[in-house]
Design a protein around this ligand. Structure first.
Ligand code: ATP
Ligand code: MG
Length: 389
């Protein structure tokens, strides 16, 4: 009787001829993120042999692996009926607290096993009734389900399934640059895109000396949380944006300075994407009543991008974003008072509407703008976070 974890992955199962690639990537990611003692692919499942690792420890680690739909703590046993009974007894003893009803569910892909699925379920059900005085059968709505899977070389016995986030293994969908501010939204946006299998690098714009080292630490701490979900290291880039901001502030009508700043950020993000071979930009933008996030301004901001801008939070409620930020533990970092870019550069009455023509005209007169963007880009500092690959 050997303690194992049976890992299931529905969505990946749907991906046709890419299936083999997804499975390989998922196993690779589990290996790097959860570091299990032994892992293998079997019968359309992934089986982790726990050796000396505890169930609790593996559970805590598997939480960070996107692509897993659910998993079960299980015992791997032989086809011997006494061994199956022993495993059922042991698992139930460990999980029975507060439970009154149960059912047994058997799946048998190994047809040479001497009992049918129904026969085995009935047999084990009778055994459980005998062994556990306080348990009764309820096939429709049981408190606890004993699962039995009879495979060719062994049988797996488990109770219940633990849901995880699902999604796709990080890395299967390509790479994108996350514009990571110190706010609540952008780390959550990054989390959702990691969940869709994107590998991330982050890019943040700070305004030294108006922002301090504490702002740098805040950005690194946020990126560090995201790095827990990535199988390899996570690159974090910080651009000292002050010179561009000062130039815009002194040369652009106040109402347009915010949009022009955002266009600068996107142009710099495009430079980084080219350098790092990323094929999209991610922001925490959301249709909102703030100037930078009206439909009109989203359009004029994305106008300067050669690659798609992904906005996973576009239709979210703020409260839902906050809830998710708390769940993934970025919230406590995001609400620290250290700002990302200086409030002194924020306009008093930013325009809620802008036209591409108008902005191009303004930018044409800013003969130093592109040069300064190049200059701050060259001053970018890059950090490597997370696990060693
Ligand atoms: P957030 O909570 O993510 O800061 P927000 O609701 O405050 O979002 P904005 O400040 O308008 O919205 O920013 C919109 C998006 O633009 C952010 O989610 C982020 O992706 C990007 N962004 C804004 N400021 C910066 C910055 N200083 N560095 C990097 N990205 C930024
Ligand atoms: Mg913000």
């Amino acid at each position: 009787m050997e303690p194992v974890v049976v890992v299931r992955y529905f969505e990946i199962g749907l991906k046709g001829k890419n299936r083999g690639y997804f499975e390989k990537k998922l196993i690779d990611n589990i290996r790097k993120i959860a570091r299990p003692p032994e892992i293998s692919k079997r019968y359309g499942r992934i089986i982790i042999r726990l050796k000396n690792m505890s169930f609790l420890e593996i559970k805590e680690r598997l939480k960070y692996v996107f692509g897993i739909q659910n998993f079960s703590y299980a015992y791997a046993v032989s086809h011997d009926i006494d061994e199956i009974k022993e495993a059922v007894k042991k698992l139930l003893s460990l999980n029975i607290k507060g439970k009154k009803t149960f059912k047994v569910q058997t799946k048998r892909s190994f047809k040479e096993f001497p009992m049918t699925s129904n026969e085995l379920s009935a047999y084990i059900g009778a055994y459980v009734l005998e062994e556990f005085d306080n348990l009764n059968v309820d096939v429709h709505n049981p408190d606890i389900t004993v699962g039995i899977e009879i495979k060719e070389k062994e049988a797996f016995i488990f109770v219940g399934k633990e849901r995880l986030y699902g999604g796709l293994p990080v890395g299967v969908s390509g790479k994108a640059i996350l514009l990571l501010s110190g706010g609540i939204d952008s780390p959550v946006a990054g989390w959702y895109m990691l969940k869709r299998g994107l590998k991330l690098e982050t890019l943040s714009f700070l305004s030294p000396p108006f922002t301090s080292e504490k702002s740098v630490k805040k950005i690194l701490d946020l990126a560090d949380v995201l790095s827990k979900y990535t199988p390899d290291t996570l690159r974090t880039h910080i651009v000292p944006f002050t010179e561009v901001q000062q130039y815009i502030k002194s040369n652009v009508p106040d109402r347009y300075s915010l949009i022009i700043q955002r266009r600068s950020m996107i142009r710099i993000a495009n430079k980084l994407s080219k350098k790092r071979k990323a094929s999209a930009i991610i922001t925490g933008e959301n249709i909102a009543q703030v100037a930078s996030q009206t439909l009109s301004n989203l359009r004029t901001i994305e106008d300067v991008s050669d690659i798609p801008i992904l906005r996973p939070l576009i239709g979210f409620e703020k409260l839902d974003i906050i809830e998710k930020a708390k769940e993934i533990e970025t919230y406590g970092i995001s609400i620290l008072p250290y700002i990302d870019s200086c409030v002194a550069f924020a306009p008093k009455n930013p325009a809620t509407k802008s036209s591409i023509g108008e902005l191009k005209e303004i930018e044409q007169k800013l003969d130093k703008l592109f040069e300064l963007e190049e200059k701050v880009f060259n001053k970018m500092e890059s950090y490597t976070l997370g696990r060693e690959s």
